[in-house]
Design a protein around this ligand. Structure first.
Ligand code: SAH
Ligand code: DHB
Ligand code: MG
Length: 225
């Protein structure tokens, strides 16, 4: 048997997924508590998947990130993952529009023991991002807020990431519809911006980028110029 001559894009076998969960244990007690408390507080259950959280931690660690920006905090699940990857020197500036979400995240950062390294900025990200620009350039930017805003967040990252810095973005498969020009499906108005985001990330020459075929699509770009 062996591998097929042309390898596919992802891996959808549930038995392999169960095996990977058991061996790599992507979600510990702290993250499980954050997910459950966020849901109990009425937040939408849209934090990154367990494996995406682990990807974020490992990618932040591989990048040696010390100064990072997250756009879209929710209850702090992905922020805790990033901060774990950044180690004791790492600082995360995370941006959240909804003050109720920010309150849940504040508690999450405290429980995870990272409150001293997490700065939550409440307000529309595009308005608040300028508050941290003087503290840049940044080592890592993770984009996970309103999907229509992705092109503008990428434009910000092009300026405020250092060369060699990492751009990460969740949901770049557009809930399965990013490639569908008919404009049908979930969050339809966001599909054109999500397409524009990937086209610019992949083709602008400012990044060398790929898209990891996670359930949601996780774009990863290294700034090269
Ligand atoms: N990264 C989080 C999930 C983020 S969900 C995690 O994986 O744990 C998206 C979040 O972005 C929501 O909390 C939403 O309130 C916030 N958001 C939406 N539009 C925003 C904007 N313009 N500025 C800042 N935050 C925004
Ligand atoms: C939604 C947002 C996300 O960031 C996500 O990962 C899943 C869903 C949403 O707004 O529906
Ligand atoms: Mg997301």
């Amino acid at each position: 048997m062996g591998s097929p001559p042309v390898k596919g894009f992802g891996q959808g076998d549930p038995a392999l997924a169960a095996w990977a969960e058991a061996v790599y244990a992507p979600e510990d007690e702290v993250l499980r508590e954050i997910r459950e408390r966020s849901e109990a507080a009425g937040l939408p259950p849209v934090q990154v998947g367990r494996f995406d959280g682990l990807h974020l931690e490992v990618l932040a660690r591989a990048a040696g990130a010390r100064r990072a920006v997250e756009i879209g905090t929710l209850g702090g699940y992905s922020g805790v993952c990033l901060l774990r990857g950044m180690g004791p020197e790492g600082i995360l500036h995370t941006f959240e529009f909804d003050p109720r979400h920010a309150e849940v995240a504040r508690e999450s950062f405290a429980r995870a023991g990272v409150a001293g390294r997490a700065v939550i900025h409440v307000g529309r990200a595009l308005e608040r991002l300028r508050d941290v620009e003087a503290g840049g350039p940044f080592d890592l930017v993770f984009v996970d807020a309103d999907k229509g805003g992705y092109p503008a967040y990428l434009a910000w990252a092009e300026v405020h990431l250092r060369v060699g810095g990492l751009l990460l973005a969740d949901n770049t498969f557009g809930f399965g519809h990013v490639h569908d020009p008919s404009g049908a499906g979930e969050d339809a108005p966001a599909m054109a911006p999500l397409r524009a985001f990937s086209e610019r990330l992949a083709r602008s020459g400012r990044f060398r980028a790929t898209i990891l075929p996670t359930a949601e699509g996780l774009s990863v770009g290294v700034k090269i110029g």
